[in-house]
Design a protein around this ligand. Structure first.
Ligand code: BGC
Length: 681
């Protein structure tokens, strides 16, 4: 019996297994490993029998394991990414990563095509629900732990869509025209942070061009930045069919593309062979690209015996509980006049329920696009509330009888992962709810003394038309398969809301940076499909603060059923430097109400004097703490020097200039409760 070759030996170190396998591949086999099966197998690579190389299998993300890419299986539907971001909870994110990865393993896949970490430049972006935030720091902090959670199960996370894929309109043909500082400081920053801190095993390129070069042949983005500057050693995969419009095979190869999906186009055998024979790319380059794919095969255990790999699990009770908890923690209470919420189950007699999302299930095949997860069950708001009240309160559905008195009316408004918005391939056409919904909210508010609007949506909604007429507004996002239970738990006070907006809610579209000029060149692109990011680094709250525009609700905002007071702020040092590169803030927080609850303490930094124009405030730290009634705790928040830096276009690198900074402590980007002065140098 011949001994196993080193690459099949689980005890051999991964890099040695990779180089051993590489050395056994013929040129043709190397080429084969750079693309997929083709035809109908849209998510797998070709196996090579001769060397017992199995197929590397991928599945969408990011709301769990999507049905269309998992052999049409029903899997746990997790809250949408924006909803996870609204939890501002790092450890929860880690647990979610583990749970998602277990579901990936359970369907026999190796790469989860998630998380999506693009920055929300426009609230109209159809995929806002699949991304975290308008802020790179919040995105990075949460994505780092999510990726670590996913990969702890030996499932590869795949950061997408690299980079500046910030709109769906013309996504395959438009070019994001963005200066180097803005590109790095806003749009690449979270990618950099996650690559450097969580070592993701895969990165997906974008459909669009960045400064007139497509993502999958963009040398600046791939080889120069991702591979060289950030030392990334994983797979670089195209978005599906993204390589169709690109110029050349060697352009992709030399730029750093390692895997073309879902069909060979630029990486067809013939095309690769021709370019190779004509010396348009070198053997070293080819080997580097192949090695990256082999590495992720090793890391995800393709050659290892199943008993040595983490076990997969899907649709478990544990996952259901986690989904419910995350959905609850992500909900953001925006308005609560006279403490209408929480509703008292013991004193209410009748609730009337309204709105198009009252009975809606969102997890259907391809609904919303590639992120669609179809769960085995999905609790609608109506089901969640019915179960909660259990016959103790009369529920009147779409009741228009004014003469019958309801204590409270609840309207389930919002979007729907379909024509109404929040879907891949199509941006929203407006920031407003459709006319019918606005009329319904106004009518219900007019007919009832107490009206709550629950917004089920994955992107900001304008509310000026109706918000003054209602008593309470709760942003529920898309809460996954347990959404209905989670909503009922918040409405009836079993859970105290603690979500904070990861996005600014503007009053009007024109208030937001991409739409301020109203010119096509800024959105959705000029005649040549170029989209100019003229606002520069002033994206999201950075823009609203700089221009002194009052948003409808600011970034970081969210109410609770209790109140928190901040007393003292301490720092462990006043000066940071290259050596002492972090500062620890201690903020005393007291829950002065009668209910337990959680608060997010947010730190925003301001560079007091800089050689470039910097935003008035930028998120640089946060911690979420839980406090019982009348309890006081000290929140310990770390601010790292690197998170105070800006990208210096003159040096083509990150820089922190010696000098003074102010650190603001707040409970939103606009509700600042104190500050401390520090210096760097
Ligand atoms: C999406 C990606 C997705 C891929 C595979 C594309 O349309 O942009 O996010 O992972 O399809 O389904």
């Amino acid at each position: 019996m011949t001994a196993n070759p080193p690459y099949l030996d689980e005890k051999t170190e991964i890099e040695n297994r990779v180089s051993d396998l590489l050395s056994r591949l013929t040129l043709k086999e190397k080429f084969m490993l750079l693309t997929s099966h083709g035809r109908l197998r849209l998510y797998t690579t070709k196996p090579i029998k001769r060397l017992r190389i199995p197929s590397l299998k991928m599945t969408d993300g990011p709301l769990g394991v999507a049905m269309h890419s998992s052999g049409f299986k029903k899997n746990s539907r997790f809250p949408a990414t924006v909803s996870l971001a609204a939890t501002w909870n790092r450890s929860l994110m880690h647990d979610i990563g583990i749970a998602m990865a277990k579901e990936v393993r359970a369907v026999g896949r190796h790469i989860l095509l998630a998380p999506g970490i693009n920055i929300c430049r426009t609230p109209l972006n159809g995929r806002t629900f699949e991304y975290f935030s308008e802020d790179p720091y919040l995105t990075k902090e949460l994505a780092i732990v999510l990726v670590k959670g996913i990969q702890s199960q030996r499932v590869a996370a795949c950061l997408k869509h690299y980079a500046a894929n910030n709109q769906e309109t013309d996504r395959r043909i438009c070019s994001s025209e963005v200066d180097e500082r803005t590109l790095n400081e806003i749009y690449l920053r979270a990618f950099k942070g996650v690559v450097e801190n969580a070592d993701p095993w895969a990165v997906m390129t974008c459909y669009n061009m960045v400064n007139s070069v497509y993502g999958c042949e963009n040398k600046y983005l791939l080889q120069d930045t991702l591979l060289d500057k950030w030392n990334y050693d994983g797979v670089v995969v195209t978005d599906w069919f993204a390589s169709r419009g690109v110029a050349t095979t060697e352009g992709c190869m030399n730029a750093g593309l390692t895997l073309e999906m879902p069909w060979p186009s630029k990486y067809k055998q013939k095309a690769l062979r021709k370019a190779y024979d004509e010396h348009k790319f070198s053997e070293d380059t080819l080997n580097d690209r192949v090695e990256r794919n082999l590495r992720v095969m090793m890391l995800t255990g393709l050659f290892d015996s199943p008993e040595n790999l983490p076990t997969g699990q899907r649709n478990t009770l544990e996952h259901q509980k986690l989904v419910s908890r995350a959905a609850e923690e992500g909900m953001v209470l925006l308005k609560n006049k006279d403490n209408l919420l929480p509703l008292d189950i013991n004193s209410l007699k009748r609730i009337s329920l309204h709105g198009p999302n009252l009975r809606k299930r969102f997890g259907r095949l391809l609904s919303g696009g590639s992120s669609a997860v179809s769960p085995p069950y999905e609790v609608t708001p109506l089901e969640g509330i019915s179960e909660k009240v259990d016959g103790r309160i009369e529920l009147a559905i779409n009741d228009r009888l004014k003469q019958v008195f309801s204590d409270v009316a609840i309207v389930f408004a919002g979007l729907n992962h379909g024509k109404g918005g929040d879907t891949e391939s199509k941006d929203r056409s407006s920031l407003d709810l459709d006319k019918k919904q606005v009329e319904e909210i106004k009518r219900v508010a007019n007919e009832h003394q107490n009206t709550v609007v629950c917004v089920i949506a994955g992107s900001p909604i304008a509310m000026d038309e109706w918000i003054d007429e209602v008593e309470a507004v709760l942003i529920c996002w898309y809460g996954g398969m347990e959404a209905g239970h989670a909503i009922a738990n918040i409405l009836f006070g079993d859970v105290n809301p603690s979500g904070k907006l990861p996005l600014t809610f503007p009053r009007r579209l024109e208030d937001s940076p991409a739409h301020s000029t109203g010119e096509r060149r800024n959105y959705p692109g000029d005649e040549e499909k170029r989209v100019y990011y003229d606002e520069g680094v002033f994206v999201g709250y950075r823009w609203f603060d700089q221009k002194k525009i009052e948003p409808l609700f600011p970034f970081g905002f969210g109410l609770s059923y209790t109140q928190f007071e901040f007393s003292s702020i301490n720092v462990n040092r006043q000066r940071i430097s290259k050596e002492k590169d972090a500062i620890l803030l201690g903020v005393d927080v007291t829950n002065v109400g009668e209910r337990a609850g959680s608060e997010v303490i947010q730190i925003y930094s301001r560079d007091m004097k800089a050689s470039v124009k910097r935003p008035p405030r930028e998120l640089a730290g946060f911690e979420k703490i839980h406090l019982g009634p009348e309890e006081t705790k000290t929140a310990a928040i770390t601010v790292k020097a690197q998170d105070l830096a800006f990208f210096d276009p003159k040096k083509h690198d990150w820089s922190i200039e010696p000098g003074d900074f102010k650190l603001f402590v707040g409970r939103s980007s606009r509700d600042l409760l104190g500050d401390v002065d520090i210096s760097y140098g």
